[in-house]
Design a protein around this ligand. Sequence first.
Ligand code: RP5
Length: 161
Amino acid sequence: MRKVMIVMGSDSDLDVMNKAKEVLEEFGVEYELRILSAHRTPKQLMEAVSNLEKNGFEIVIAGAGAAAHLPGVIAALTVLPVIGVPVKSDFNDGLDSLLSIVQMPNGIPVATVGVNRSKNAALLAIQMLSLKYEDLKEKLLEYRKNMEASVIEKDKKLRGK
Ligand code: RP5
């Protein structure tokens, strides 16, 4: 089984976090999407995180905005890798979200992607899983080949070739 938990702090994060879901679908990786807030639903969050491994999850992608403590709190409650997605807030284009997630104190790391870069979070999760699942590694190599071909095509078009 390869299964990723995608958690977000609010339904207002959904548009951003849906991009992670789309990438996981493209690669055939199972996922579950949850809205669990570290400050609004702490009991439900604790419960869900304590059952992650029992329910077959291998990686967590957690998106949150503003004082974005959600990924750090999840990382404190599990030894599964947690990838944090800072969601853009109305303060300095989401600088608060980015710093809240990336600046975890020593001992409890959260792998952090750029503001709103949930697509990269999904790709990073797939890269981690590909250490264990060979077919995902092949799909990743194919994905990069297609990306390369698409840039070469755009370059040719730009140069009128
Ligand atoms: C965080 O606060 C959420 O992750 C969201 O990005 C932000 C704002 O939440 P709402 O007030 O839109 O529900 O907890």
